[in-house]
Design a binder for this molecule. Structure first.
Ligand SMILES: C[S@@+](CC[C@H](N)C(=O)[O-])C[C@H]1O[C@@H](n2cnc3c(N)ncnc32)[C@H](O)[C@@H]1O
Length: 226
């Protein structure tokens, strides 16, 4: 509906498998890690166990470990991304599974994280339900997302093949109100919300994005068990 690019579109599993080798070189820390650094209410070093949903190549896990999170279990649907996470070595365990049905044991995680994956889900409810199942009483759910306003501007998540062809990965728009509704339905209360915009640092890294200056590109929501 919002896609203005018209690239061929593949599933998340196929797309990230194909993108895996070049993924780390194409995602900017400004997109997600900069927002995680703004989170104030989570005492990262006090978290004994975290679930890293959509762990990808382990970028998020490495950031969390660097902040003192004790032990992290990673889940992802794309074997190619998981192989790179395995090589990075920051997770205690890694498993190939869907983030809506991770297979991890319930009730044991003081922190559940999902970074840059919710836009690939047609519905948010199952993700918030799974995060609620995994979290301890008093646990946190930190979700970093590709900003819906940016997706609505016409650019689905996409990557370039070795021959330079652009390929989109199935992308859905979830308004921030959709997040609040789905989260509240599964016992989460919004504690913090941060939005990242295309600013000077972005344009310095991606000069072609000058025309997008000031637009929100990503967000981080911190949910507490209600
Ligand atoms: C943009 S990457 C983010 C990876 C990592 N969190 C980071 O920030 O670098 C999105 C990841 O979500 C995974 N993914 C997408 N849909 C998924 C699903 N339904 N279940 C499990 N993993 C999924 C992809 O395989 C990919 O590794």
């Amino acid at each position: 509906m919002f896609d203005r690019r018209g690239y061929p579109t593949v599933s998340a599993r196929d797309g990230y498998d194909a993108w895996a080798a070049t993924y780390d070189g194409s995602v900017l820390d400004l997109m997600d890690l900069r927002l995680l650094a703004r989170v104030g209410c989570v005492a990262w070093s006090g978290v004994a166990r975290a679930a890293d949903l959509a762990c990808g190549t382990g970028r998020t896990g490495a950031w969390l470990r660097g902040r003192g999170v004790g032990s992290i279990d990673g889940v992802d649907i794309a074997p190619g991304m998981l192989a790179l996470a395995e090589a990075r070595g920051v997770h205690a365990t890694l498993r190939e599974a869907d983030i809506r049905e991770s297979g991890l044991a319930g009730g044991g995680y003081g922190l559940v994280v999902c970074s840059l994956a919710d836009e690939h889900l047609p519905e948010l409810g199952p993700l918030y339900a799974e995060a609620a199942r995994l979290a301890t009483a008093g646990g946190w759910f930190v979700l970093v997302g590709y900003h819906p306003y940016f997706v609505m501007d016409g650019m689905p998540t996409h990557y370039h093949t070795a021959t330079g062809e652009a390929v989109a990965i199935e992308t859905y728009v979830h308004l921030l109100a959709d997040h609040v509704g789905a989260a509240r339905a599964h016992g989460w209360r919004l504690e913090e919300l941060h939005e990242g915009v295309v600013d000077d640092a972005w344009v310095a890294a991606k000069p072609k994005w000058g025309s997008k200056r000031g637009r929100p590109i990503s967000f981080a929501a911190v949910w507490a068990r209600a």
